[in-house]
Design a binder for this molecule. Structure first.
Ligand code: SF4
Length: 333
């Protein structure tokens, strides 16, 4: 019998109300909403990593915030280990905080600059593992700092004394100290140099394997998530364009947007020189407040035809576990 997923997302929709008077409102209708996430489905098994990729404004950070209860969903379902998360009160979220942790792009930015690194890492234990006293919290934090590659000499330093890569290691240690089962990483390497990005990705890959962690890793280019993802999901304007096993999507991308993202991804040169962008994806990301009719990708799609403006393509199975939302991608074709 198939193992039930650790996380199951169905028909998830997050709408933001537009501000101000709009034509629809003035003509008697409701003001139109901005669809930050539109009809998202996916499952995640224990120990599995899902890479979520898309340009800025595609809804991936809204998704991260919704999954950890920081953003309210408009409709749909998010089930974690059998518990429905949508509509949970803050009190009901409390026991789940240990299981589901978030790593941000700049994990130290929201913390007091006066705190010592060891205290930053140990702090979540106070609320989520009250059985540990101060000495146990410190010793766990020091052990975890060591595991993420930061020696004891850094323990009593302040955040401003760390590099970007060290700061991200601290963020990972702080998230892992409560022993979560699901780690959601929202653009954790986007602000780092390419060589540091590789170190952080290697670290997360090792830790996920060691701890059988399920992980959602959000990034804006496909190359970054390649190494650590079992499956990938490509988003554009809040919708899924393509999803499938990472090996299949990278070897044979089926959606024109996935292909464009792969062609635009930086390539790390064999001689270690600075990666160059290949071909840039043409056009700007459309405004989510005014999504295009039909296929949301049509204004930038080199293959767009009349039908693409007329109707929204459904996400269809194109091969095994690979799905694409394009009128012209045929199953097996
Ligand atoms: Fe391009 Fe049309 Fe396919 Fe959309 S449906 S990706 S516009 S070909």
């Amino acid at each position: 019998m198939a193992t039930p997923p650790l996380l199951s997302v169905r028909r998830l929709r997050v709408l933001y109300a537009r501000r101000g008077l709009l034509p629809g409102f003035m003509s008697g209708g409701r003001p139109a909403d901005i669809r930050a996430i539109d009809d998202l489905h996916f499952d995640l098994q224990a120990g599995e990593t899902l890479g979520i990729v898309g340009e800025s404004g595609c809804g991936k950070s809204t998704l991260a915030r919704t999954l950890v209860g920081l953003q309210e969903a408009t409709s749909g379902s998010i089930r974690y280990n059998g518990t429905e998360l949508i509509g949970l009160s803050r009190k009901d979220w409390r026991p789940l905080r240990r299981d589901v942790q978030l790593v941000f792009q700049d994990p130290l930015a929201s913390l007091s600059p006066k705190m010592k690194i060891v205290d930053i890492v140990a702090e979540p234990l106070k609320a989520l593992r009250p059985e540990f006293d101060a000495a146990a919290r410190r010793s766990r934090a020091l052990a975890l700092l060591e595991r993420v590659g930061l020696g004891p000499e850094l323990a009593d330093r302040k955040p401003r004394e760390l590099s970007g890569g060290q700061g991200q290691r601290v963020g990972i240690a702080r998230a892992l100290i409560v022993e979560p089962k699901l780690l959601i990483c929202d653009e954790p390497v986007s602000a780092l140099d390419v060589s540091i990005q590789a170190q952080i990705i290697n670290l997360l890959t090792e830790l996920a394997r060691e701890r059988n962690l399920a992980m959602i890793f959000i990034a804006h280019d496909l190359a970054v998530v390649r190494q650590l993802s079992d499956r990938v999901l490509v988003m554009y304007l809040g919708k899924v364009m393509e999803q499938g096993r990472a090996d299949n999507v990278y070897a044979r991308p089926r959606h024109p947007y996935t292909r464009a993202l792969l062609e635009a991804a930086p390539v790390i040169e064999a001689d270690g020189s600075k990666p160059k962008k290949r071909r840039l994806l043409g056009g700007d990301t459309p405004n989510p407040a005014q999504p295009p009719m039909g296929c949301v990708f049509h204004p930038r799609c080199p293959l767009a035809e009349h039908a693409c403006v007329q109707s929204v393509p459904l996400l269809r199975r194109v091969d095994g576990e690979q799905y694409a939302a394009c009128h012209f991608v045929a199953a097996g074709g």
